[in-house]
Design a protein around this ligand. Structure first.
Ligand code: CA2
Length: 150
């Protein structure tokens, strides 16, 4: 008999400049590339019975659109809005449309950096924030989502 169970879908969104990971500023953001992080997420997801799709954009509107397109399609969101963390009401409003467990991830500890990075437009609508654990933060976020949506 066919197995009708489907893997839960997780969307991972990376904001502006994160396509430069591993190429500049390793002291802040580590030496792994974005492809390394996405590959590690896919490998971990397979073991957790989840499906991960990843998206990176340097454009606020594209991020809003990918989140809108995910409404009703995903069971969890991992988002590092990068600089838009500190500025974007539009991404906040899009995340609110989803109504799924959401983990905000930052590679660096934004609370130990410049004051303008301390404010997040996502933190109070996210389930949790992981900040300062480098690329591992994304994997911890995936584990957390696996438990939250089990
Ligand atoms: O720590 C994080 O993950 C941040 O979201 C990264 C953003 C920064 O604006 C946030 O305050 C904290 C910046 C991403 C820039 O990524 C780069 C990667 C390599 C080289 C240069 C920039």
């Amino acid at each position: 008999m066919a197995d009708s169970r489907q893997n839960s879908s997780i969307l991972v969104v990376h904001g502006p400049n994160l396509n430069m990971l591993g190429k500049r500023e390793p002291e802040h953001y580590g030496s792994q590339t974005l492809d390394d992080i996405n590959d590690a997420l896919r490998a971990k997801a397979a073991g957790l019975g989840l499906e991960v799709s990843t998206f990176q954009s340097n454009h606020e509107g594209e991020i809003v659109e990918v989140i809108q397109d995910a409404v009703g399609q995903i069971q969890g969101l991992i988002i590092n809005p990068a600089a838009y963390t500190h500025t974007s009401v539009a991404i906040r409003d899009a995340v609110l449309l989803l109504n799924v467990p959401t983990i905000e991830v930052h590679l660096s500890n934004i609370h130990k950096r410049e004051p303008f990075r301390h404010r997040s437009f996502i933190a109070d609508i996210a389930t949790a924030q992981i900040s300062g654990l480098g690329a591992s933060g994304y994997l911890f976020a995936l584990e957390a989502l696996a438990q939250l949506i089990a």
